[in-house]
Design a protein around this ligand. Structure first.
Ligand code: ASP
Length: 541
C-alpha cells in the first residue's frame, strides 16, 4: 500500500468527518472527466464516496492521473473530507460529502470487467457464476454475505448466553441417513472403503447428549447428494442444536427467542408465541406442510356437496376413494379464458388431470367448465360452500387427497404471486407439528421416515406402529416462514427397544440395524437423557 494506512471505509465517512484528513482504499466505481474536473467514485464493501479532482484545489498532475483511472482499478486516496460543493446525492449515505484529494495511488489495475459492478445486475447467471469473484463485489451480494455473517454471530451470542456449548463434530464419518444420498470419500489407508460426509450432525449430536453435554450447538456444514433446487444445495450450512431433558415446548421456547433476537437486527419484531398448526390442519387448509399464511385462499373440502352430481370427474374421484376440493380466487371471476387455461396447465404440472372452474358472474349466471352437469340447487350449494360471491373464480381439483393437496397448494401460491398478495415485509412464522412419522415410498416400496429414523412417535399412536404405521404421528416440528421451511427438528427416541422397532418398520433386519446403527443402539444401553433438537438452514433463514 506504498506506506499508506487506511483510516476509514468509504461508507463510514459522513458530515461528522468534515475537515478531517482521511485515507480510503477501494475500487473505482466510475470516473467522469469534465475537463479540468474529474469525479471519481470509490467503492468498498461499506459503500461509495466521491472524490473530486478540481483544478481550483488539486494540482494538475493529480488530475491527469485521475483522468486515467478506469473501472475496478484499486486505488488509495488521501484527502480532506468536505461538504459537497455540488448537489447532494440522496441515493447514497455519503451523499452530503466528498473528498478533496491530496494524494492518489493506484494499487492495482483492472481490465474492463465483463459486466458492471452494480446492484440488481441483469447479467446472465452463467456469466455471473463464471466471474463469481466479480459478482460477489456487487453491493446486493455483499449485503447478503454481511447479513449472513451477522446472523451467525447473533446465533452464537444467543446460544452461548443460553448455556449451549459449541462443539464441532467430525466430517469424515459413517453414514448419517436423513433421506438423501451420501457423498463418499475413498479411504487411502483402507482401500475399497469409504467415508460418508454428514447429511447433518444428527447422530453425532445425539451421542453428545448421551455423553452428557446437555446443550450443544454448531454452525455445521452438511452434505446431501441431491438434485439442485433454488433452496437446496448439495453442501449447505445448518445452525444445529440439541438439548437434553426437554420437551417440545422447551425447544420451541428457546427457538422463538432465538428468532426474535435475530430478526430484531433487521427491524422485525417477531410476535411471540408463534402460531402452531398440526400437519393435518396445514394440509387441509393450505395443501402444504409449509403454508404461506400471509394470505387466505384456503382449501375447502366439497366432497359432500358434490356427491351424486352429474359430473363424472368429481364422482369418479370420490368413487376411487379420492376427494374434491376447491379454492376461491376472490374477485377473479373476470379472468379471461386464456388465463384460466394457463392455470389448468399449472395444475397439470403438479399432477392434476385437469382443473374445474366456475366463475360467478355479477348477474348471478356462471361461466364454468362443469356447471351444465349440475342441478341448479346443487350448484348454489357448491358456491355457498366455497363462500362464492358474484365476481369470484372457484377452482376445483378432484383426485386422491395427496394430488389435490399438491395441486391446490401450488395453485394457491401461484395465484398469490401473480395477484401480488405476497408482501415482502410481512414476516409470518408458523410451527407445523405432528407430522406423520412415516411416508410410503413408491420407489422403494417401503415406508421411509418423514423426518429421520431417530424421531419419536407420538405416545398415543405407539400402538399403531405395527397395525397401521402410516397413521402414526411423530413428535416432530418445522418452523416455517412465509411458505419456506427454515428449520425442523423433533423429540428423539431414547429407548433402544423403540429405536429397534423403528428400524424394523423401516425394513432393516436386526443384523442390518446392528451393523449400521449398532453404536447408537449400544449407546442407548448406558443411560440416555431424553433429548430433542432442531436445525435451521442458515441460508434459508
Ligand atoms: N438433523 C435434522 C435435519 O437435518 C434436524 C434435527 O432433527 O435436528 O433436518
Amino acid at each position: 500500500m506504498q506506506g499508506l494506512k487506511r483510516t476509514h471505509r468509504c461508507g463510514e465517512l459522513s458530515a461528522a468527518n468534515v475537515g478531517e484528513t482521511a485515507t480510503i482504499m477501494g475500487w473505482v466505481q466510475k470516473n467522469r472527466n469534465k475537463g479540468g474536473l474529474v469525479f471519481v467514485d470509490v467503492r468498498d464493501r461499506s459503500g461509495i464516496i466521491q472524490v473530486v479532482f478540481d483544478e481550483g484545489s488539486v494540482d494538475a498532475a493529480l488530475i491527469e492521473k485521475a483522468a486515467k483511472l478506469r473501472s475496478e482499478y484499486v486505488v488509495a486516496v488521501v484527502g480532506k473530507v468536505a461538504k459537497r460543493s455540488g448537489a447532494v446525492n440522496e441515493n447514497i449515505a455519503t451523499g452530503e460529502i466528498e473528498i478533496i484529494p491530496e494524494e492518489l495511488r493506484v494499487l492495482s489495475e483492472s481490465e474492463t470487467p465483463p459486466f458492471q459492478i452494480e446492484e440488481n445486475s441483469k447479467t446472465k447467471e452463467e456469466v455471473r457464476l463464471k466471474y463469481r469473484y466479480l459478482d460477489l463485489r456487487r453491493p446486493d451480494m455483499q449485503r447478503n454475505l454481511m447479513m449472513r455473517s451477522k446472523v451467525a454471530t447473533l446465533a452464537r451470542q444467543f446460544m452461548a448466553n443460553e448455556g449451549f456449548l459449541e462443539i464441532e463434530t467430525p466430517v469424515l464419518i459413517g453414514s448419517t441417513p436423513e433421506g438423501a444420498r451420501d457423498y463418499l470419500v475413498p479411504s487411502r489407508v483402507h482401500p475399497g472403503s469409504f467415508y460418508a460426509l454428514p447429511q447433518s450432525p444428527q447422530l453425532l449430536k445425539q451421542l453428545l447428549m448421551c455423553s452428557g453435554y446437555d446443550r450443544y450447538f454448531q454452525i455445521a456444514k452438511c452434505f446431501r447428494d441431491e438434485d439442485l433446487r433454488a433452496d437446496r444445495q448439495p453442501e449447505f450450512t445448518q445452525i444445529d442444536m440439541e438439548l437434553s431433558f426437554v420437551d417440545m415446548d422447551d425447544v420451541i421456547d428457546v427457538n422463538e427467542r432465538l428468532l426474535k433476537y435475530i430478526f430484531k437486527e433487521i427491524g422485525v419484531d417477531v410476535q411471540l408465541p408463534i402460531q402452531r398448526m398440526t400437519w393435518q390442519e396445514a394440509m387441509d387448509r393450505f395443501g402444504s406442510d409449509k403454508p404461506d399464511i400471509r394470505f387466505g385462499m384456503e382449501l375447502q373440502d366439497v366432497s359432500e356437496v358434490v356427491k351424486g352430481c352429474g359430473f363424472g370427474v368429481f364422482t369418479g374421484a370420490l368413487e376411487n376413494g379420492g376427494t374434491v376440493r376447491g379454492i376461491n380466487a376472490k374477485g377473479q371471476g373476470h379472468m379471461p379464458r386464456k388465463k384460466i387455461d394457463a392455470l389448468v396447465e399449472v395444475a397439470k404440472t403438479y399432477g392434476a388431470k385437469g382443473l374445474a372452474y366456475l366463475a360467478v358472474n355479477e348477474d348471478g349466471t356462471y361461466k364454468s367448465s362443469f356447471a351444465k352437469f349440475f342441478e341448479e340447487e346443487q350448484l348454489k350449494e357448491l358456491v355457498k360452500a366455497m363462500d362464492g360471491e358474484p365476481g369470484d373464480l372457484l377452482l376445483f381439483a378432484a383426485d386422491k387427497k395427496k394430488v389435490v393437496w399438491d395441486v391446490l397448494g401450488a395453485l394457491r401460491l401461484h395465484l398469490a404471486k401473480s395477484l401480488d398478495l405476497l408482501k415482502k415485509d410481512d414476516f409470518r412464522f408458523l410451527w407445523v407439528t405432528e407430522f406423520p412419522l412415516l411416508e410410503w415410498s413408491e420407489e422403494q416400496n417401503r415406508f421411509v421416515a418423514m423426518h429421520h429414523p431417530f424421531t419419536m412417535p407420538m405416545e398415543e399412536d405407539l400402538d399403531k406402529i405395527d397395525s397401521d404405521p402410516g397413521a402414526v404421528r411423530a413428535q416432530a416440528y418445522d418452523i416455517v416462514l412465509n411458505g419456506n421451511e427454515i428449520g425442523g427438528g423433533s423429540i428423539r427416541i431414547h429407548q433402544d427397544d423403540i429405536q429397534s422397532k423403528m428400524f424394523e418398520v423401516l425394513g432393516f433386519t436386526p443384523e442390518q440395524a446392528q451393523k449400521q446403527f449398532g453404536f447408537l443402539l449400544d449407546a442407548f444401553k448406558y443411560g440416555v437423557p431424553p433429548h430433542a433438537g432442531l436445525a435451521y438452514g442458515l441460508d434459508r433463514l
